[in-house]
Design a protein around this ligand. Sequence first.
Ligand SMILES: NC(=O)c1ccc[n+]([C@@H]2O[C@H](COP(=O)([O-])OP(=O)(O)OC[C@H]3O[C@@H](n4cnc5c(N)ncnc54)[C@H](O)[C@@H]3O)[C@@H](O)[C@H]2O)c1
Length: 341
Amino acid sequence: MNFVYDALPMRVVFGAGSLDRLPEEVEKLGLERVLVLCGPRQEAVGKRVAAALGERCGGILPEATMHVPVEVARRARGVAADLGADGCVAVGGGSAIGLGKAVALEQGLPVVAVPTTYAGSEMTPVWGLTESGAKRTGRDRRVLPVSVVYDPSLTLSMPVGLAVTSGINAMAHAAEGLYAPDGSPVVALMAREGIRALTAALPAIVAAPEDAAARADALYGAWLCGAVLGATTMGLHHKLCHTLGGTLNLPHAETHTVVLPHVLAYNGGTPDGGSLWRLEGELGAPRSLRELGMAAADIDRVAEVVAAADFPNPRPVTAAGVRELLHAAWAGDPPPASAAG
Ligand SMILES: NC(=O)c1ccc[n+]([C@@H]2O[C@H](COP(=O)([O-])OP(=O)(O)OC[C@H]3O[C@@H](n4cnc5c(N)ncnc54)[C@H](O)[C@@H]3O)[C@@H](O)[C@H]2O)c1
């Protein structure tokens, strides 16, 4: 057994009602004037957070959108500077947390994250910025949130469809962490437990969307999967989804959901691709790229781009292999039983 395990600093406050502990977290960090960041559709929860913070909140910017456009990042940095903010509280999914990271990257302001989806960005030192349609990403420890408040009650408002696709998006991090070249036994424990928790919680959420215990289990699983994402280098699945999202503007969590069973079958990963595909059917999740708006004519282009890219993967990646995989994912076919060679 040979491995390197480089633990990232991580402070997590978890549990229903833990939003009430946010002011204490902010105070503990010595922050006196934070900027609250959220998306336009989550302004109400952003305002709740601002109210809870009282005079430690300098302002709120409800402008976070997918993939952090540079214009929005610049506006957030400007507002933070004008307010004399000494930190940001990012409330929402990967988009809001990504905006907090964009401010941290340039101005060094610490980010406190309050995630409301299962995307996992709060556990990673990875930032992303989109300019003129092109997304740049990088790793920088300054953008890793200094504290993460996971309050499952904030996830109750996630519509079942989003909970399912976001949960499978999280499972993708764990699944790729299990075969990552920089994995370790500790990361594998987190990955397996994250997959287990989400596999159990998602059907329970579909059966009873108000089930608070199931929502908490799913968020717990998402935390672990996010930690795996932060600790390892992702492979074919994340490269494919990044390319599909970046070049064709396909929706993030849904794209992960459709592609994951096919990549798992290709790589011989865990969970088994066929089982996950069947589970997705039971959960009513999207299973074809066609229903997400992709044209079949784009398959070849995406396959060429992905095959030419440099990333680790347990099985060699060829344009022909990716093309075949994408054809099945596009059509909504089940993945082949044992594609891994
Ligand atoms: N840097 C990283 O490590 C990392 C990791 C994962 C994802 N990301 C990025 O994050 C983005 C995707 O994140 P996401 O899937 O969370 O999407 P998102 O943050 O864009 O949220 C999706 C939609 O769900 C809504 N929403 C969020 N929480 C809700 C809730 N509790 N109830 C009701 N509606 C809610 C949002 O308003 C938004 O309309 C992508 O840009 C992706 O690249 C980055």
